[in-house]
Write a protein that binds this ligand. Structure first.
Ligand SMILES: C[S@@+](CC[C@H](N)C(=O)[O-])C[C@H]1O[C@@H](n2cnc3c(N)ncnc32)[C@H](O)[C@@H]1O
Length: 286
């Protein structure tokens, strides 16, 4: 049995980190697309200079959403600082930026919001599926890093991906392996204390940190994916949900999940999957 942090460490820092996370990004990117629009970034870019901080940038889902939402002629003047603690991700996003033409993007290794920038440096802060690793204590720093009137956007999971499919498949085995409930799992998976899956909680922590005009709501996204990507992506939740199972049991559950998807969507797919997150936005007064 590996600990949750070992599983996530492998996911974020291991030699296959970038490849396995690129699959995850096909989902997290849908939520960062929503975030960028909820924050009205394209409209803001019409008359003000953008300077965006992407905290816990990973392979660049939120930065990619940002540039995709802007007209090409704005790209060279749109500054982005993409930060993370994972070196493989930072190297990847740097190369990705060079390839994509994100000329004004810089990267920096940073823990949480400790990005070593002067106060009021940024017009926007993006934190796409990252706050659960850092906890709400980074929010006051985010507030000070924003210009007056600047905005923050945060996404979290409302329902843990794959939990339904994995627990249904596990229940078909005899004896059935123990499946942690969503709540139990969220508690383990959220390294920091907090109900990040709850929009009321998200709204409260932002308001307590001093943000205004805070809105938080549950949003759904759907992916239409090949069965191959589904099979690859399943490895991570299986390790988290079935952390205490024998490898053999994990394999059996994996086969049953894939079988269930094949019955529902056909052997060739594509699988149409629903993901449920929480999208929270707030503003610094001014
Ligand atoms: C679920 S991924 C999200 C990545 C990306 N924002 C996305 O939406 O695809 C979480 C990211 O948080 C980073 N991370 C975890 N703990 C961190 C910390 N304390 N400070 C900065 N980044 C952290 C991980 O390296 C990983 O890239």
């Amino acid at each position: 049995m590996s600990t949750v942090s070992t599983v996530l460490d492998e996911l974020y820092h291991g030699h296959r980190a970038v490849q396995s996370y690129k699959d995850v990004e096909t989902v997290t990117g849908l939520f960062s697309d929503l975030l960028v629009h909820e924050m009205n970034i394209p409209e803001y870019a019409d008359d003000e200079d953008l300077s965006v901080l992407d905290i816990a940038c990973g392979t660049g889902a939120a930065t990619a959403s940002l540039y995709a939402a802007l007209p090409r002629q704005k790209w060279d003047t749109t500054k982005v600082l993409a930060t993370d603690i994972s070196q493989p991700f930072l190297e990847f996003i740097k190369e990705r930026g060079a390839r994509e033409g994100w000329k004004a993007m810089e990267t920096k290794s940073a823990e949480g919001a400790n990005v070593d920038a002067p106060a009021a440096s940024f017009s926007h802060i993006l934190l796409n599926f990252g706050i659960m690793f850092m906890g709400p204590s980074l929010l006051p720093t985010c507030l000070s890093l924003l210009r007056p009137g600047g905005a923050i956007g945060i996404t979290t999971w409302h329902v843990l991906p794959w939990h339904d499919q994995v627990s249904r498949a596990a229940s078909l085995l005899s004896p059935s392996p123990k499946v942690l409930t969503q709540q139990e799992l969220l508690k383990t998976y959220h390294f920091k204390e907090g109900q990040f899956e709850d929009p009321a909680y998200m709204k409260r922590i932002l308001e307590e940190a001093g943000f205004v005009d805070v809105r938080s709501e549950v949003r759904e996204c759907t992916t239409v994916t090949t069965n191959e990507v589904v099979a690859r992506t399943l490895g991570i939740p299986l390790k988290l949900i079935g952390n205490e199972w024998e490898e053999d049991t994990r394999q059996q559950v994996r086969e049953l999940v894939l079988q269930g998807l094949a019955e529902k969507f056909g052997e060739e797919g594509p699988a149409k999957l629903k993901w449920v997150g929480v999208v929270t936005v707030g503003r610094k007064a001014g």
